[in-house]
Design a protein around this ligand. Structure first.
Ligand code: PEP
Ligand code: MG
Length: 565
C-alpha cells in the first residue's frame, strides 16, 4: 500500500493511466540524405496539420470555440509554404529535420516577441506551442490524450496542473494520484472542485503504479492500494457506498441558514475559479462567493483578457449568484501559478517574489483594466461585488489599490465597491489592526498564511510535517486577525482550505469568524459542522487548545474533542 496526503474525499476503484512529463531532447546531427530528411519533415508537418485539425474540430464541438480558433491559427501558420521552405533551406545546409524546425520556429518566435504590438507579441507563445508539438511528432513522443481517457481511469501523474484539468474528460476519471502537492496545492483544490477522490504526494507513484493495473484510491485516508484482491475491492465498495450515503444525508441542510447550535448566524460562501463555477456555487447552496480566483481566467486565455472579457466574466458570476455577495480577488499571479504568456522571469523563490499585488501595482495599466472591469460589473449587477487584494504585506499596498479604484470611480461616476484584503502574510497578520482601518473586510488565506508563518513551502512534501494549520503559531495568528477585524467592526471571512476543516470549525466560531468560504462541494458539510456547536462549547474547546504547545497536541486534542470518527 502507498501512502500520501488525503486531498479529496471519496473512494475510487479503477485502472491506472499514467501521464508523464515528456522531455523534448535530441542530438542535432548533420544529414547527408537531404531529400530523405525533407520528406521526414514534410510527413511530420502533415501529421501536425491532421492532428491539429482534429483537435480544433473536437474543441468546436465541445463549445470551446476560442481554443478552436487558436488551433486554426496554428494550422494557418504551419500551412504557409514560406515556413516549410525556410525549414528545407536549413536541411540543405545539413541540419536534421528537428534542428531545422526548431531553428526556423525560434526565429519566428523571437521576431514576434520583439514586436511593438501586443497582439503580435502574444503569437510568440503560439509558435512555442507549435514547436513543441511538431518536435514531439518528429521524435515519436506520444502524449497521453487527456480528452479521451477510458472510463474508470485512475490518473497517475507527477503533478496535476490547471491546464491538464482543462483538457481532461472529468467523467472518466474516478481517482487521482500525484507525486507532489499538499492539501492546499492547486492539484488538491482542483480535485476537490471536481469531486474526484485524490491522494497526493505519493512518492514515486508514476514509476510504482503499473499502467493498466487495477488500484484503489482512498481519498479519505490518503491510501493507494496496488493490485487489490477481490476481497479488498468488496470492502472498499462498501466504504464507497457508506461515503455516498453520508453525502446524501447532508442534503437535509439544503436551503437552511448557517447557524450555530445556539443560533449565531454565520455565512458559508464558496471558492470558485471561473464564472461557470458560480453557477455550481449557487446550485450547491453557497450563500455567496468568498473567493473568485481570477488567475484561472487569465490561465485559460492565451493573452491577458481584455477589460470587456473580464467585465463579462465578473458580471456573469454576480448574475449567477443573483444578488448575493461575490468577492472577487484581483490577479494572484506568480508562486505556483504560472501564466506563460506573461513572461514573468523564473525566480529562485517564487513564493517570496514578484507575485500577486506586487506584480499588479508594478503594472498599473493591466491592473486598472481589471479594477475597471470589476467596478463596472459591480455597478451593473446591484453592487454586491467586493474587490479583494491578494498577498498584501503593507498598508501602502491597500492604500494604493483604494486610490486607484477611487480614481476610476471618480472618472466613470460609478460607485466604489467594498475593498478588502486577504490576510495571508505574517506582515499582514502583525499589522491587522492598522490594515483594518483601510479595509471593508478581511479574508484569511490560511493556505499561504500557514506556509509563510511556518516558513514551509505549501507544496513541498519534505516539509509537510511543518506546514500545519494546527500549529499554535498559526492558531494564535488566526485568533488575533479575527479579533482585529471584529474590533474594527469589519466582516472577517476565511477562504483558505482550513475554513472547511471540521476540527477547526469550533475554534473559528469561538474566535468570531463571520464567513467560511469553502469549495462548493463542502458547503453542506461545513454548515452541518457549524450547527453542531454552541458558542460556549466552542469557547471551551478554544480555551483548552490555546494552552497547548505543539501541532501534535492540538491535533490529538481536537481528534478526541471534535472528531466524529
Ligand atoms: C490562501 O492562500 O489561503 C488562498 C485562499 O489563496 P490561494 O490558495 O489561491 O493562494
Ligand atoms: Mg494565497
Amino acid at each position: 500500500m502507498l501512502k500520501g496526503i488525503a486531498a479529496s474525499d471519496g473512494i475510487g476503484i479503477g485502472t491506472v493511466v499514467t501521464v508523464k512529463h515528456q522531455e523534448i531532447k535530441y542530438e542535432p546531427k548533420q544529414v547527408t540524405d537531404k531529400d530523405g530528411e525533407k520528406s521526414r519533415l514534410q510527413d511530420g508537418i502533415k501529421t501536425f496539420l491532421d492532428k491539429t485539425g482534429k483537435l480544433a474540430e473536437e474543441m468546436e464541438k465541445s463549445v470551446n470555440a476560442k481554443d478552436a480558433e487558436i488551433m486554426y491559427g496554428h494550422i494557418a501558420m504551419m500551412s504557409d509554404p514560406f515556413m516549410g521552405q525556410q525549414m528545407e533551406e536549413q536541411i540543405d545546409g545539413g541540419s536534421c529535420a528537428e534542428a531545422a524546425a526548431e531553428t526556423v520556429l525560434n526565429m519566428f518566435r523571437d521576431m514576434f516577441a520583439a514586436s511593438e504590438d501586443e497582439l503580435t507579441r502574444q503569437r510568440a507563445t503560439d509558435v512555442e506551442d507549435i514547436k513543441s508539438r511538431l518536435l514531439k511528432i518528429l521524435l515519436g513522443i506520444e502524449d497521453t490524450d487527456l480528452g479521451a481517457l477510458p472510463a474508470n481511469t485512475i490518473l497517475v501523474t507527477e503533478d496535476l496542473t490547471p491546464s491538464m484539468t482543462a483538457e481532461m474528460n472529468h467523467d472518466s476519471v474516478v481517482g487521482i494520484v500525484t507525486e507532489s502537492g499538499g492539501m492546499t496545492s492547486h492539484s488538491a483544490i482542483l480535485s476537490r472542485a471536481l469531486e474526484i477522490p485524490a491522494v497526493l504526494s505519493v512518492k514515486d507513484a508514476v514509476s510504482t503504479l503499473a499502467e493498466g493495473s487495477r488500484v484503489i484510491v482512498d481519498g479519505l485516508h490518503g491510501k493507494v492500494l496496488e493490485a487489490p484482491t477481490d476481497q479488498d475491492v468488496a470492502e472498499y465498495q462498501e466504504k464507497q457506498a457508506r461515503f455516498l450515503k453520508e453525502k446524501e444525508a447532508l442534503k437535509s441542510y439544503i436551503g437552511k441558514e448557517s447557524v450555530t447550535a445556539d443560533g449565531l448566524h454565520k455565512e458559508v460562501f464558496c471558492n470558485i475559479g471561473n464564472p461557470e463555477d458560480a453557477r455550481t456555487a449557487a446550485d450547491r447552496d453557497g450563500e455567496g462567493v468568498g473567493l473568485f480566483r481570477t488567475e484561472f481566467l487569465f490561465m485559460d486565455a492565451d493573452s491577458i483578457p481584455s477589460e470587456e472579457d473580464q467585465y463579462k466574466a465578473y458580471k456573469k458570476a454576480c448574475v449567477a449568484l443573483s444578488g448575493k455577495t461575490v468577492i472577487i480577488r484581483t490577479l494572484d499571479v506568480g508562486g505556483d501559478k504560472e501564466i506563460p504568456y506573461m513572461h514573468i522571469p523564473k525566480e529562485e523563490n517564487p513564493f517570496l517574489g514578484y507575485r500577486a499585488i506586487r506584480w499588479c501595482l508594478n503594472n498599473p495599466a493591466e491592473y486598472e483594466k481589471q479594477l475597471r472591469a470589476l467596478i463596472r460589473a459591480n455597478s451593473d449587477t446591484g453592487e454586491n461585488l467586493w474587490i479583494m487584494t491578494p498577498m498584501v504585506t503593507s498598508v501602502s499596498e491597500i492604500k494604493a489599490v483604494r486610490s486607484m479604484a477611487e480614481k476610476i470611480c471618480e472618472e466613470t461616476g460609478l460607485p466604489v465597491p467594498k475593498i478588502g484584503t486577504m490576510i495571508e502574510t505574517p506582515a499582514a497578520f502583525v499589522m491587522a489592526d492598522v490594515l483594518a482601518k483601510y479595509c471593508d473586510f478581511f479574508s484569511i488565506g490560511t493556505n499561504d498564511l500557514t506556509q509563510y508563518i511556518m516558513a514551509a513551502d505549501r507544496g513541498n512534501s519534505k516539509v509537510a510535517y511543518l506546514y500545519n494549520t494546527y500549529d499554535p503559531a498559526v492558531l494564535r495568528a488566526l485568533k488575533r486577525i479575527i479579533g482585529c477585524g471584529k474590533d474594527a467592526g469589519i466582516t472577517v471571512g476565511m477562504c483558505g482550505e482550513a475554513a472547511a476543516d471540521p476540527l477547526l470549525i469550533p475554534l473559528l466560531i469561538s474566535f468570531g469568524l463571520d464567513e467560511f468560504s469553502v469549495s462548493p462541494t463542502s458547503v453542506l458539510k461545513t454548515r452541518a459542522e457549524i450547527a453542531r456547536w454552541t458558542k460556549d462549547e466552542a469557547d471551551r474547546i478554544a480555551d483548552a487548545v490555546m494552552k497547548l504547545e505543539t501541532a501534535e497536541e492540538v491535533k490529538e486534542y481536537l481528534d478526541s474533542a471534535v472528531s466524529r470518527d
